[in-house]
Design a protein around this ligand. Structure first.
Ligand SMILES: [Zn+2]
Length: 222
């Protein structure tokens, strides 16, 4: 089991998954999140995985498709996921390559179509059998292919964690401009902390201790 962390260490969220303001502005659903960094443009691998496809796509620009296995979801449950990153100005990985959070995938950029400024599009797909297929495309591209549906993408806000500890030293916040225009909601940038204690386990341990104490007290009273 693994928790995936943000691909940009100094992350500002521009736009959320299936955001309504995005749909109104562009006339189509947004199947991922848009991230941006004012400082470090390095796109890191989000966990331990394997590159399925990488390079420059005619539609999506600098693209990396990575399979991450046994990914822990915020909502509970563990599944295999395909992560797709688009619009990078440089792609450093190759198909078949194993990656960890120490692997540089590429650089945030503004390449391809469906982009109006520098940002990283991050998308997760539960259909790991067809990692390069997307229902967003009307025609096949060179890397990405036209999918027939149903839509199998999920909200990155339910997948990604922010890892504040070294070496990543991550932070996440909304982009003020995009937030004021409704492109990012609170659920889109309030990522859980990667390093936070397991409160459920701590709670259960305390409950166990309490039960034992109560049982011992009962014995004393009886
Ligand atoms: Zn996007």
């Amino acid at each position: 089991m693994q928790k995936l962390i943000l691909p940009l260490n100094n992350c500002q969220v521009l736009c959320g998954y299936k955001n309504e303001a995005y749909r109104k502005a562009w006339g189509r659903p947004h199947y991922g999140q848009d991230h941006w960094s004012s400082k470090d443009k390095t796109v890191w691998a989000m966990g331990s995985g394997e590159v399925v496809a990488a390079g420059f796509d005619n539609v999506y620009g600098g693209t990396a498709v990575v399979l991450y296995k046994s990914v822990y979801l915020r909502t509970g449950g563990v599944i295999d996921l395909v992560a797709r990153c688009y619009h990078m100005s440089a792609v450093y990985v190759k198909a078949g390559q194993a990656v960890t959070t120490a692997t540089k995938i590429g650089l945030m950029g503004n390449t391809g179509q469906y982009t109006s400024g520098e940002h990283l599009h991050v998308e997760f797909d539960t259909d790991t059998k067809w990692p390069c297929y997307t229902i967003e495309l009307k025609n096949n591209s060179n890397i990405m292919k036209k999918g027939s549906g149903p839509d199998t993408t999920i909200d990155p806000a339910g997948v990604l964690y922010v890892k504040a500890s070294a070496p990543d030293n991550q932070s996440a916040k909304p982009n003020a401009d995009y937030y004021s225009r409704g492109f990012g909601l609170e659920k889109d940038f309030l990522f859980p902390e990667f390093d936070a204690p397991d409160y459920k386990a701590l709670y259960e341990k305390e409950q166990q201790r309490y039960s034992t104490l109560v049982a011992e007290l009962r014995k004393l009273i009886d």
